[in-house]
Design a protein around this ligand. Sequence first.
Ligand code: BGC
Length: 737
Amino acid sequence: MEIEISVRRSGKAVVFLAGALGACLLLQPIARSQSATPAGHGASAAKAAAARPWMNKSLTPERRAELLIKAMTLDEKITMMHGAGPCLEVWTPKCPMPIKGYVGYVPPITRLGIPHLTLADGRAGVGNNAKDVTLLPAPIAAASSWDPSLLNEFGHVLGKEQWEKGTNVTLSPTIDVVRVPEWGRTFESYGEDPYFNGRMAVAEIKGIQAEGSIADANMYVTMQQESDRFHEDSVVDERTLQEIYLPPYAAAVREGHVGTFMCAYVKTNGVYSCENAHLLHDLLRKQMKFDGWVMSDWGATHSTVDSANNGLDQEMPDSKFFGEALKKAVEDGEVSKAVIDEHVRHILVPMFRQGLFDRAQPGNWDSKVRTAAHAAFSREVAEEGTVLLKNAASLLPLKGDESVAVLGAAGSTKPKAEGGGSSGVVAPYVISPLDGIGKRSKGKVTSADGSDLEKAASLAREAQVAVVFARTEETEGGDRPDLNLPDNQDALIEAVAAANKNTIVVLDTGGPVLMPWVNQVAGVIQAWYSGQEDGNAIAAILYGDVNPSAKLPLTFPRGATAIPTASKEQWPGVDGKSHYTEKLEVGYRWYDATNNEPLFPFGFGLSYTTFRVSHLEVSPAKVALRASTDPAKVKVTVRVTNTGKRAGAEVVQVYVAHPAADGEPPHQLRGFARVALKPGETKPVTIMLDARSFATFDTQAEQWQVSEGNFEILAGTSSRDLPLQASVAVEHKTTSK
Ligand code: BGC
């Protein structure tokens, strides 16, 4: 039987081959021999169906879970509530499990037909040392496209490779809001805006899950730094938590229907995330209505009774707290059987919903899953995610026949295509910028790794154009010490810029860096960590085969202290506590509130053509918002015109400014749309704003509220370029959870 699952960005349909006779199918080879009932009709099939009523696909996932729980023993339930240990070859050469590769593993319960769970990392491709996979650009690069359909396809490609590797739980995406620009995992995330991160999260999660595996929203929550990450306590007020840090998660649940959450290493207001009743019970279950399961980050479980009673469903990667100790806690009456059933239900419902009981999974950890189409997509993401920050005297695009000096190790000997940690992917190859430029240029191309400044300067002097590639090392487990480029790279750029006025700097970094040389160079390109097609993508941008259209999803500051989290109390914290004293003023919100001019603002990015945004209309002029979760209510329209000579795409951004009494930052992103335009072409753009776009969280009432008053609607092409303004009067103050 073929089931059409979804229509992809490219317009191609994705199909799964569903197994016949779901009632008696077990999916893993190891399990099949022990439990498969001969396919066929008649008495034996009917008997099998009666024995396993939860295999009836016409029942709801909730009903199926309920029937199965009734048939499970306490030991079986507890088996599902923890991992059986990591099974990475690198970590445990003698893997105890029959399955190798996965970073998390829950064995099958063959007696009941419960499939195993195979969990694998990878935010930019299948991780955990898997071979023959595609290295995509870092998620921050994909997000810079401001194109949810690209993120959806990103999810499809990642999810398909995971599924074909035998993974049925994909530990992606990372959706935390970037609070600290030095955060070592910035490259894994989508950026600094809660609404924006929510849009990207929903798109990617839907893509991953459409390919078969369950996605995982991580790391819940206040995981905004790596310094002291196993113990750090994020001290954050409830309003800030609600308005800044929860929205991506709420969107992942409400619209992404994500199957799992990973609770973070850190504490929130004194309590570890994985035993935090407020985070897990009040916010995740009651407020967000999440019905999937919460697994701990690897080693983030700290207790048995508190974790089980306060909302952790599954310990990863092993059974220190949720194995024998949990059984004893149940026998001693410290954790009730009803609580155990609830946890198991949370695990089973998404497994049923996702079809894990009903569908055969192709391939295994050794399968070759990369394809030419995925390589082409990796390149497309890199091209769509590369942000042109400066282009003095329109030096770019290059004509093609000029001589070019490619300088810096990241340009040739040490291309920087990915971030580190559990995001690491074994790239099948990486095209270096030197390779990419070499293939594309018709002029003379020279290169030097930049370790010898004089040599680099002399090559720059001899060439018509110098392109310096600079890199940062970013990884989980550690924040960057500061925002400076490491390894003397500023000096390299300055030496090259002094030798050649046509110097372009390409930044292969996962987050913002300071640019003391910005006025000395002709061009700056933010290429992030751009995956295996690094060199091809940057050549396409430099030579104008692709017109850049990406925009920054986070602010680039002017100086070391010109950031929202400049004090030690804020980051990395004092006495183990990081104080979120900037409150709502995260990212551009702080720059606007404090009148601090960023170097490059949130939402900013140049193109080889020019655009005009005009004719802002907001309707109705007066609106009655009955609840903060009302569907779209306010219609915002503008026109966008390509006023230049090349085809290109612009991202229209709509921000809302609250009445002063609301005490909100000056303006906040509430909608955006990417529009492709031919030269001279004009297109209308409509963006709908829902009630939540106007809401604030009232901590007294513990509810989202919409105030009465005039809200300003601002439209333009970055958080600092909002030439169009209109207002809408909100008439009824109403409340809703
Ligand atoms: C990371 C997670 C990852 C896990 C398993 C942890 O250190 O924080 O994101 O999924 O390891 O590799």
